[in-house]
Design a protein around this ligand. Structure first.
Ligand code: GDP
Length: 199
């Protein structure tokens, strides 16, 4: 898929106020600092469309972008940031769960995972939640350039083994590096294929 246009539409904290257009929608989510903004900027080939987080956990909003005027890319807030208050965490959880449970246009979520780290309970719990609510998701491993190829393969294998302790099969996985522009075509072409399938 070629990116012809990528436009910011709106930010809000209520699913009811999200854009009404019936375009296929893909949500990007992960721990704060996982590399989500960088990945989105790489995908759309713009430096600053998604705001890279100067202070993680600050932007707790649902951000909608239209890509090529025919699909929505949604940038969801990073989770797991220790410095937000309990109350803020609860509010955050509610609007995120609302989003996943009510947003009919959502085709699937891309859960971002730092390829350098072992499976983290917070990511596992989040994927568990998606599974229990029937929300399809795929995994995007980020920052692949930070590892030597052998270590990357080993980490991803270990991640799969851990997941297969609880899941019957692995979700589809993509390996990416925003700094090296790796994994971009795979992700975009995959979304392109889904967009041309029945929706
Ligand atoms: P977010 O909080 O998930 O949106 O993460 P950011 O996109 O702001 O990235 C967090 C930090 O990781 C920043 O310092 C980025 O420069 C760095 N980063 C993000 N993606 C990559 C990548 O693919 N490779 C490398 N080496 N660094 C990355």
């Amino acid at each position: 898929m070629k990116i012809k246009s990528a436009e910011f539409i709106m930010s809000n904290s209520e699913v009811a106020k999200c854009p009404k257009d019936r375009l296929p929608e893909y949500a990007f989510i992960g721990r704060s600092n996982v590399g989500k903004s960088s990945l989105i900027n790489m995908l759309v080939d713009q430096k600053n469309l998604a705001k890279t987080s100067g202070r993680p956990g600050k932007t707790q909003l649902i951000n909608h972008f239209t890509i090529n005027k025919n699909w929505f890319l949604v940038d969801l807030p990073g989770y797991g940031y220790a410095r937000v208050s309990k109350k803020a965490k609860k509010t955050f959880q509610r609007f995120i769960t609302d989003y996943f449970e009510k947003r009919e246009q959502l085709v699937l979520a891309f859960v971002l995972v730092d390829s350098r780290h072992e499976p983290q309970p917070i990511d596992q719990e989040f994927m568990q939640y998606l599974g229990e609510h029937g929300v399809p998701f795929h995994i995007v491993f980020t920052k692949a350039d930070k590892l030597k190829p052998g270590a990357l393969v080993r980490n991803i294998k270990a991640y799969e083994e851990k997941m297969l302790e609880t899941w019957e099969q692995m979700p589809r996985c993509f390996t990416t590096s925003a700094s090296k522009y790796e994994g971009r075509d795979e992700l975009l072409n995959y979304i392109g294929e889904l967009n041309t399938a029945d929706f």
